[in-house]
Design a protein around this ligand. Structure first.
Ligand code: ADP
Ligand code: MG
Ligand code: MG
Length: 920
């Protein structure tokens, strides 16, 4: 018979960390912590298979489940020496959801379950602690009422009915905090809560503990398909079929008085990565009190003074956990009358800064290998290291002039400037109209996720470093200042008051998430440490710890990757930046960008509008020295690295003026009439320029253009070589679909090369190749490779032509398409592996069948996308080419692809170029 329930307790568990798929993350780690001897209250997990069964069978359970639950409950009872529902010696439990991937705050936990009037009476006898018992009881009724009986408000403006009752009670009693209510107040609350439940639902509150238990189990499984959970799953690509597990665990109580408490902690600093215990706790508190933001918790370092015995024990557990899991962990603990219990652990979410520092440090501590370090850093996280920070001088002067509004917790590092909005839907709407916004909330909740995603930065008035806002911001890589208690936020009027100043919706503020400062108005930013070292060269690497970590990661990445990384650049300064970021060549130099440079657009226009070959040649002759100079600059910057130069590609009408005054001016320059210019421009009009007179078609109809460009490239090569700099030009012909097109152009290129070598009395190596960017090119790649010495996939056009989708017109249907999962991601961002990828595989196989050493690269936008880079690795390309600022990301992505392909100690999973997995 299938096993659905897994027990943990008394130092032994049926589950383990590897069983996350079955037990969920929480259940698997509770089992693991039990097995490594940490103090975990006994309990059991109901597997995710029951969730699957639940949804496949009209929300019912497998037949054998009941008996398994009863048996597991018995084991828990005997481990804890108490009985569920027994008034003399009652066992209370928590019912906790736990999916495979952690979904913070997505599904609700119920504490103190098993409580009723008789049990409460028994518990009072046992503990002599009235207040504790009724505090636990009222919490239970509230949580059960909210989660299981559905009293929790759905709309963001509604208030929890139980909170209304509590507020009324506090007013009556003239107190401010829940903790100031006494035992009798709590007892009253229980009665009032139950009455409210009866009024709202028409049913009495269930007194039978078993009935409570099954109600709670059903609610946890039910919550897998609530709106919040669905939204979160969408955002983080968590498949619906995974399901959630349910954990039932005996309660330990942090609310038994001043020797009890509860807390959350990270084994290292989740924002900076520093190796220090990092967390918060509250005495005489239960469950979510620490993260809810209603009471401000104390830093864990205080515990070292106030309760050194517990602190030492916790600190030992911190080291045990890091040694065991070999990662930074996030833990929950409770102290019951001086005794410590561990209630949860999982790999801790962290900022990009922290991820990199922790990975590098742990390699240094020999906890992990460099390969593991690379596997732990998402390529896109490197972006955060390249992002600007506030200009310190500007910030100081802002602070001096009294613009420092407040200081909160530095929950998400980085610099953000934007306009204040006070709720998530506004953040989304403003962002849609192109505004930069700072989402400002008293505290955030999972309903705010989309708004947080839309915001540049997040600012909250309440909550600590482990509050929802802080957690989610770090995960998203957002700037966040949390727990800024001096902000008085008024949702109703969309304003906040701070330091006597009124800040209105739409006002500019700036957040320094690294220091926690909130500054009025805009503050200028400046380049990151990495950029200052590599690009500006204004900072010594010695003084740049963040840069040093970056450099280690890059060094490891380079050791493991097989793909070469090139860059798309057409100016010497761009090329130099890219080289500083580690580019090993240029994969795409777009010559047409050069035509827009100073002094060049005039002759270019003359060339385009010329009537005769002679006129055109005259104009081209003016362009030749200008292009030659450009290429010399590029070759010098690349200093011997390969440079792929594409001959002219875009439709000619993109270069000519379309407005009358500009056309008149051009006519004057060319010594001709406005009418003639106007008429020539009109004649260049095309219905579908993307498929029109462009690419190699230009060079075939006007061979003198290709001739001029080749000459400019080769003369530049000869000149630079004469200055002692190695050159390796690769001439790339765009938009080839038929080998004859390429052959036509190749002939010109090779003739000019020979001429230049002869004229200059020199020799240089060069290659002639083509872009593969229309399906016919890919399908006839064997013919094409007979001429081409290299292929470069132009995946922007290849995606357009394969999907039959014009990228410029696609937004209105592609965005809904992705939402409807017709395509898993925007195919212009992440390569469509199944369709476009198939053509790429065909092209490589056919091309290499006639030219085994054919060099293959990619120069479309996808060349900087980590998932597309992984695919390029899998299909055995030689290199990827991306924009300069994505080069570090591409280096890391290429290394991760290589490591995934070649597990430690093993051999390659699959033969090169063979079937690669159709991952989506
Ligand atoms: P989440 O998934 O939202 O973190 P949890 O299941 O971890 O929810 O529970 C919410 C809070 O209740 C946490 O602070 C947790 O430590 C506390 N809690 C859960 N189970 C118990 C228990 N058996 N005894 C004491 N506290 C518990
Ligand atoms: Mg938890
Ligand atoms: Mg193209």
């Amino acid at each position: 018979m299938k096993k659905y329930v897994y027990f943990f307790g008394r130092g032994k568990a049926e589950g383990k960390a590897e069983m996350k798929g079955l037990l969920g993350g929480k259940g698997a780690n509770l089992a693991e912590m039990t097995n490594i001897g940490l103090p975990v209250p006994a309990g059991f997990s109901i597997s995710t298979e029951v969730c699957t069964h639940f949804y496949a069978n009209k929300k019912t359970y497998p037949r054998s489940l009941n008996a398994e639950v009863v048996a597991a409950l018995k084991k828990v009872e005997s481990a804890m020496g108490a009985k569920f529902g027994d008034p003399k010696n009652p066992l209370l439990v928590s019912v906790r959801s736990g999916a495979r991937a952690s979904m913070p705050g997505m599904m609700d936990t119920i504490l103190n379950l098993g409580m009723n009037d008789t049990v409460a009476g028994g518990l009072i006898k046992k503990t002599g602690n009235h207040r504790f018992v009724f505090d636990s009881y009222r919490r239970f009724v509230q949580m059960y009422g909210d989660v299981v009986l559905g009293l929790k408000p759905v709309h963001k403006d509604e208030i929890d009915p139980f909170e209304i009752i509590i507020e009324k009670k506090k007013k009556e009693r003239g107190v401010h905090l829940d903790t100031e209510l006494n035992a009798d107040d709590m007892k009253d609350l229980v009665g009032l809560f139950k009455k409210a439940i009866k009024e709202k639902t028409g049913h009495d509150f269930p007194e039978d503990p078993l009935k409570q238990l099954w109600g709670a189990i059903g609610a946890v499984f039910g919550s897998w398909s609530n709106d919040r959970a669905i939204a979160y799953r969408k955002m983080y690509d968590i498949p619906e079929v995974w399901g959630t597990a349910v954990n039932i665990q005996s309660m330990v109580f942090g609310n038994m008085g001043e020797t009890s408490g509860t807390g959350v902690a990270f084994t290292r600093n989740a924002a900076s990565g520093d190796d220090m215990f990092y967390g918060e706790y509250l005495m005489n508190a239960q469950g979510e009190d620490v993260v809810a933001g209603t009471r401000t918790p104390l830093p864990i370092s205080d515990l070292a003074e106030k309760n050194p015995v517990i602190y030492k024990q916790l600190d030992r557990i911190r080291h045990t956990l890091e040694k065991h899991y070999r990662d930074m962990m996030d833990v929950e603990f409770t102290i019951q009358e001086g005794k410590l219990y561990m209630l949860q652990c999982r790999v801790g979410k962290r900022t990009a800064f922290a991820a990199i520092k922790i990975a590098v440090d742990m390699v240094g501590e020999k906890l992990i290998s460099d390969r593991e370090a690379l596997a732990r850093i998402e390529p896109d996280q490197l972006n955060q290291l390249l992002r600007p920070v506030f200009d310190l001088k500007e910030k100081e002067s802002a602070v001096k002039s009294g613009r420092l509004l407040a200081k909160g917790l530095n929950a998400g590092p980085g610099a953000a400037t934007g306009r204040v909005v006070f709720n998530a839907p506004d953040a989304e709407a403003w962002k849609k109209r192109g505004e930069l916004v700072i989402l400002t909330r008293i505290e955030t909740s999972p309903e705010d996720i989309k708004g947080m995603d839309a915001a540049e930065g997040i600012l909250t008035a309440r909550g600590g470093m482990t509050s929802h806002a802080a957690l989610v911001a770090r995960q998203m890589g957002k700037v966040c200042v949390a727990g800024c208690s001096s902000l008085e936020i008024d949702y109703a009027t969309h304003t906040m008051t701070v330091k006597g100043k009124k800040i209105r919706e739409g006002d500019w503020i700036s957040l320094d998430g690294t220091t926690g400062e909130v500054i009025e108005g805009k503050v200028a930013t400046r380049p990151s440490e990495v950029l200052r070292v590599l690009v500006d060269k204004s900072l010594d690497p010695k003084d740049a710890p963040v840069y040093q970590q970056y450099a280690r990661i890059m060094q490891w990445a380079d050791k493991h990757r097989r793909l070469k990384i090139r860059t798309n650049a057409d100016q010497p300064d761009q090329a130099l930046n890219a080289v500083a970021f580690g580019a090993e060549g240029i994969g795409l130099c777009r010559t047409e960008h050069m035509f827009f440079g100073e002094g060049k657009i005039g002759p270019m226009r003359e060339m385009i509008l010329a009537d005769t070959v002679e006129d055109r040649k005259r104009a081209l002759a003016k362009l030749l020295p200008l292009q030659r100079k450009d290429f010399e600059g590029i070759f010098e910057a690349m200093n011997g690295r390969p440079v792929t130069i594409r001959t002219i590609d875009p439709p000619l009408h993109e270069f000519v003026p379309h407005e009358e005054p500009a056309q008149r001016e051009l006519a004057r320059q060319m010594g001709t009439t406005y009418e003639k210019v106007h008429q020539r421009v009109e004649s260049l009009h095309e219905f579908n320029p993307m498929l029109g007179f462009r690419g190699c078609r230009l060079g075939i109809i006007f061979p003198e253009i290709t001739e001029m460009q080749s000459r400019a490239i080769f003369e530049a090569a000869a000149n630079v070589k004469a200055r002692g700099i190695a050159v390796e030009p690769e001439i790339m012909i765009p938009l080839v679909g038929n080998v004859k097109e390429l052959a036509h152009q190749e002939k010109i290129v090779r003739r000019v090369a020979a001429e230049v070598m002869k004229e200059k009395g020199t020799k240089f190596k060069y290659l002639v190749g083509t872009m593969i960017e229309i399906p016919r090119g890919a399908l006839t790649a064997d013919e094409i490779a007979g001429v081409a010495e290299f292929f470069s996939f132009g995946t922007n056009d290849l995606t357009q032509t394969t999907l039959g989708v014009s990228r410029d017109d696609a937004a209105r249907f592609l965005i809904p398409y992705v939402e409807m999962e017709i395509y898993p991601k925007d195919p212009f961002e992440a390569l469509d592996r199944i369709g476009v990828g198939e053509l790429m595989k065909i092209a490589i196989a056919k091309g290499r069948s006639v030219r085994p050493d054919l060099k293959v690269g990619i120069c479309g936008e996808h060349g900087g996308d980590p998932s597309s880079i992984e695919f390029c690795h899998q299909i055995n390309q030689n290199y990827v080419s991306c924009s300069p600022f994505r080069v570090p990301i591409a280096r890391l992505a290429a290394a991760r692809a290589a490591l995934a392909d070649k597990p430690a100690g093993g051999t390659r999973k699959k033969a090169a170029g063979k079937k690669s997995p159709r991952k989506r």
